[in-house]
Design a protein around this ligand. Structure first.
Ligand SMILES: Cc1ncc(COP(=O)(O)O)c(C=O)c1O
Length: 439
């Protein structure tokens, strides 16, 4: 590739100047592996960006996309609708937590979060509670990059300096390594952090708070499973004060935790649920907000007749090609049992494999849930001011492993199709990469 051709695409969340000096170009992907332009095979332990849950380049999805493009490339979603999109919505709600049987399609997780904020606000207004406009998010939370979702960001670099809306408070960071280091599954300690919500409500007034939004398992912020009973405690406080609860399941949706959704896995039902990424195996941009039927009904009843019930939506929302990819993806999810595979033997193998790294001296924590994992390095700001994760991540790529660094953490989310031999290879390459960098 000519050097000049690397200059025109400004990649997101990328150290572009560093990339230009050492480009990591990936040209092909299949199953759990990606292939670089110079022909190297790399084990993808992140399912792309938490999205290729079916493994890469599934022929059935590609065929469905091709067939849909040949039949109808586009259908305007404003005042019209394609049958394939209605069929996909019907398929999705088969797996949704109880009562969340309405889907508003978007093109990304960020759009899903902003859409959920608007729907939640519209609902409060529709039922005569127009002062309920504030949101409560959580430190370390990642909810995307649009202005609404940026305002909910609990990761400081993603929020500070950008335009944000007023009226957002933050629950405390759920990561507590001092109390829960090396927990397997849900950590024991920390459910009491949910009680801070009571303090925020006392300070702001329940009559001013629209919704609380959290990722059931923190994803991009470092993969942190919720303390036992924590989510149920949040649900109870929201119910007590008539506040909506939104689960951002952009990462945890579609089999990642061992159930179709984390809310099903943990038995805590939100009022709205945001999704994207693996909704169609990460193949065609798509997101979806799942909404309780009575929330939709309330908004409908308050809207004047003859106009859209909500003045909101995107050109590509529910695009037929994305929906066709989704239906094909769900055929694979169902046939291969992928939506629950992480709760079976492969999830236990993953847990044991990750925790086998416990003897690595630089690690202060290992976390796992379903087919999610994370390790945390002892911070070393003098040598690695932006975190220990990045140099290890870079070395991993050289050693044939694609994973993600978040500060002093490395986070993992393999395709749900991963096999034991590939997990073994992951552990071997990660261990080697840590030794190569940190000794
Ligand atoms: C929990 C969560 N919400 C929202 C988003 C934003 O999704 P997108 O990058 O598709 O806009 C992400 C992306 O990683 C996410 O992890």
């Amino acid at each position: 590739m000519k050097e000049a051709s690397l200059h025109n695409w400004w990649q997101p969340f990328t150290n572009v100047r560093g990339f230009r000096a050492n480009p990591r170009l990936i040209e092909r992907a299949e199953g759990c592996f990606v292939y670089t332009s110079d022909g190297r095979e790399i084990l993808d332990i992140t399912a792309g960006l938490w999205c290729a849950n079916l493994g890469h380049s599934r022929k059935e999805v590609a065929d469905a996309v091709h067939a849909q493009l040949m039949q109808m490339d586009f259908c305007p979603p404003f005042q019209f609708g394609s049958p394939v999109t209605f069929r996909f919505a019907e398929k999705l709600v088969e797996y949704a937590p109880e009562g969340l049987n309405r889907v508003f399609f978007t093109n990304s997780g960020s759009e899903s979060v902003d859409t959920a904020m608007k729907i939640a606000t519209a609902y409060q207004r529709a039922r005569g509670k127009a002062t309920k406009t504030r949101f409560v998010a959580r430190e370390r939370g990642y909810h995307g990059v649009n202005v609404g979702s940026t305002s909910l960001q609990g990761i400081t670099n993603n929020r500070k300096g950008f335009p944000t809306i007023d009226g957002v408070d933050f629950l405390p960071d759920p990561l507590d390594i001092a109390s829960n280091a090396f927990s397997r599954g849900l950590p024991e300690k920390g459910a009491d952090k949910a009680n801070v919500l009571e303090q925020i409500i006392a300070f702001r007034g329940a009559e001013n708070i629209c919704a609380v939004i959290v990722e059931p398992v923190v994803g991009a912020g470092g993969m942190v499973p919720p303390p036992q009973s924590y989510l149920a405690a949040l649900r109870a406080i929201c119910d007590k004060h008539d506040i909506l609860l939104i689960f951002d399941e952009v990462v945890t949706g579609f089999g990642r935790t061992g159930s179709a959704f984390a809310s099903v896995e943990f038995g805590v039902t939100p009022d709205l649920m945001t999704t994207a990424k693996a909704i169609n195996g990460g193949t065609v941009p798509m997101g979806g907000v799942f909404i309780k039927e009575d929330i939709q009904q309330t908004i409908f009843e308050a809207a004047p007749a003859g106009v859209p019930e909500i003045f909101h939506g995107n050109t590509y929302a529910g695009a037929p090609v994305a929906a066709a990819a989704g239906l094909a993806a769900f055929e694979i999810y169902e046939r291969e049992g992928l939506l629950t595979r992480a709760s079976g033997p492969i999830g236990r193998y993953w847990e044991d494999a990750l925790h086998s790294l416990r003897d690595v001296p630089h690690l202060i924590d290992i976390r796992n849930y379903g087919l999610l994992g994370a390790i945390t390095f002892a911070p070393n700001p003098a040598e690695y001011p932006t975190g220990v994760g990045v140099p290890v991540h870079n070395r991993c790529f050289e050693n044939g492993l694609l994973c993600r660094a978040v500060g002093d953490n490395m986070v993992m989310s393999p395709p749900l199709t991963i096999q034991e031999s590939e997990i073994d290879l992951f552990v071997k390459r990660l261990r080697q990469s840590i030794v190569d960098v940190l000794g």
